[in-house]
Ligand binder design. Sequence first.
Ligand code: FES
Length: 133
Amino acid sequence: MPWVRIQPSGTEFEVFDGEAVAEAAWRQGHGWPTQCWGQADCMSCFTRILDGELCALPAEQDELDAVSLKMSPQLRSNHLIRLGCRLRCVGDGLVLEKQGFRPADRTGEDTADPAGPPPPSPGAEARAEPGRT
Ligand code: FES
C-alpha cells in the first residue's frame, strides 16, 4: 500500500489503491482543507508535488476540467499542482506540500473539525481494510 508524506508537518500515511490522497487523509482522521468533500468543486484541497512525481497517477479528465474552470491561471499552469481529492498514487514516496493540513491527533486531544466529519465517499465501504468491521 503506497504511503505519502505531507510537508511541512512531515506526516506520513497510507493510501489505498484507487483512493485519493485527501480521502486517505480524511479516513485516517487528518485535517485536509476542503469545502466540497471531494467533489472537485472547491479547489481548497489543491496540493503541490514536492518529490516522487512518478508515483502520482496522471490527472483524469474531471480533475483537468475542474482545474481549467476554477483554478487561477498561475496555479493551473503548474503541472505539480494537483487536487488532493483526485490525486492517486502508486508506489511509495510521494511527497506533497499542503498548507492547512492538520495531522490526526494521536494523543486523544480534541482536534475535531468544527464542520464535522466528512461524509463517506462513494465506494468507501468497498475500500475498507480487510479484517475491519
Ligand atoms: S475537496 Fe473540493 S475540490 Fe477537492
